[in-house]
Design a protein around this ligand. Structure first.
Ligand code: SF4
Length: 191
């Protein structure tokens, strides 16, 4: 099977998944979207309320911020692949539970193995933590804070990871924007 067939099959499984209780409160389980031959794969935390209703990634307020960051960095949304760590909305934007991340992680792992990106770009603490735990076994990286690895390229035998600030963080603290733009601009070298 080619990439598209594999992804179509996987997406069918995601849409009908009831492996955790988030399936009860969601309207849609969001599948990844974008360029299936992308060198960059963005991994956000989960769909927000608007994303859940519209069944599309980054269409809410944080989507506006992401568009702005990508625009400043000279990267088109069409050139990257985007997905979520947790495919269903977290009610009231609450934190994900460990069991929810564990239940959903097999979908992300399959997406990564199908897309085979050059660099994984986890957005924010939870996505970064999950990716590092899975793909980076070096203790010195596992023990580092998100702040200290934000905007740094991390190599491992298996994959390259480039953690970045989640766009929603700028909604809470707009003063982060200039520094975040600089970090997003570093993505250009991977394209
Ligand atoms: S969050 Fe993931 S594991 Fe839970 S129901 Fe949605 S798709 Fe399934």
């Amino acid at each position: 099977m080619d990439k598209l067939q594999l992804l179509t099959e996987l997406n069918d499984q995601i849409r009908t998944c009831d492996r955790c209780s988030l399936s009860i409160t969601r309207k849609h389980a969001l599948t990844g979207e974008g360029n299936i031959n992308a060198r960059l794969m963005f991994v956000a935390l989960s769909p927000g309320a608007k994303e859940d209703v519209q069944n599309k990634m980054f269409v809410g307020p944080s989507g506006d911020v992401l568009n702005r960051l990508l625009d400043k960095a000279g990267i088109s949304r069409e050139s990257v692949f985007m997905t979520n760590l947790v495919k269903c909305m977290l009610p009231q934007n609450r934190k994900p539970q460990t069991g929810e991340i564990e239940s959903c992680s097999l979908f992300l792992e399959k997406e990564i193995s199908i897309i085979q990106p050059e660099v994984i770009v986890p957005l924010g603490y939870y996505a970064t933590r999950a990716i590092i735990v899975k793909y980076h076994t070096k203790p010195e990286i596992l023990n580092m804070s998100f702040k200290s690895i934000n905007g740094r390229l991390l190599y491992s035998d298996k994959i390259k990871v480039f953690p970045l600030t989640h766009p929603s963080a700028l909604l809470y603290d707009p003063s982060l924007e200039p520094e975040t733009i600089k970090k997003y601009m570093r993505l250009k070298r991977f394209l």
